[in-house]
Design a protein around this ligand. Structure first.
Ligand code: BGC
Length: 261
């Protein structure tokens, strides 16, 4: 029988108080990892993720940090190291869509905020985790991007630019570390039903419009991302690095072309 085991691994999941991150954290724990549950503001949610993991006999602890601050990101990785052990698996999940505004009607402060959270934060965390990973010659970094690393999205230029940037960061970091026992990957979720896109899926008309953009005709569940991430973080995926795995129900296969070209 093939079993995914992360038994002796320490995983740090950023944004683990949120819709996707909380499920990623719990799924990694179910595979045996000890999980550092990072949050910025959602202490109560992070504590309940830790409690849920412990209730199933897993190991987890919550950590707070503002990851747009390089020192805070370094401190987070060090705190996890002291409390739980050296980070083997880093899931850069924390992210934001930002608010919808076309270029010219947006403001540069908002651009910077989205870039800070979606691109610079993952860079700071990866940089902090890399040293110990290189020392141990063991590590996996998974950056959660989006189908919008490929698909332009009106009103979300900062988000698409950040996710495309995170994709190239992933590939370059993978190239720099492929001979050091460290794999670096991106997972690109499509439309997953979480609070981030609740304004869309909570109304029948916008839900129908979104479903039509997905070849499978439905939104994804957080667990459908978390299982793929758990597999990619495991030794079963030992020969994959430097690429994006899209988990999108076929958003990237242009379902509208089923009706003619
Ligand atoms: C965004 C969601 C959106 C989905 C599909 C994701 O990256 O976070 O808000 O529904 O892409 O467009």
């Amino acid at each position: 029988m093939i079993k995914i085991s992360l038994e002796d691994r320490i995983a740090l999941v950023t944004g683990a108080s949120g819709g996707l991150g909380s499920v990623i954290a719990q799924t990694l724990a179910q595979a045996g990892a000890t999980v550092a549950v990072h949050y910025r503001n959602g202490k109560a949610q992070a504590d309940s993720v830790v409690a849920a993991i412990k209730a199933l006999g897993g190991r987890a602890q919550a950590f707070s940090a503002d990851l747009s601050d390089p020192e805070a990101a370094t401190r987070l990785v060090q705190d996890v190291d002291h409390a739980l052990g050296s980070v083997d698996i880093l899931i850069n999940n924390a992210g934001t869509d930002g608010t919808c505004a076309v270029v010219g009607k947006d403001d540069s402060q908002h651009w910077q905020q989205v870039l800070d959270v979606d691109l610079t934060g993952p860079y700071y965390c990866a940089r902090a985790a890399l040293g110990p990973m290189q020392k141990n010659a063991r590590g996996v970094i998974i950056n959660v991007t989006s189908v919008h690393e490929f698909i332009p999205w009106k009103g979300y230029s900062a988000y698409t630019a950040a996710k495309a940037g995170l994709s190239m960061f992933t590939k370059t970091l993978a190239q720099e570390n492929a001979d050091k026992g460290i794999r670096v990957l991106a997972v690109a979720p499509g439309a997953i039903q979480t609070p981030i896109n609740e304004a869309v899926w909570s109304h029948p008309n916008s839900l129908k419009d979104l479903d039509e953009k997905i070849a499978m005709g439905r939104l994804g569940k957080p667990s459908e991302i978390a299982y793929v991430i758990t597999f990619l973080a495991s030794d079963l995926a030992s020969y994959i690095t430097g690429t994006t795995v899209a988990v999108d129900g076929g958003m990237l296969i242009y379902p509208e072309f089923r009706h003619g070209g």
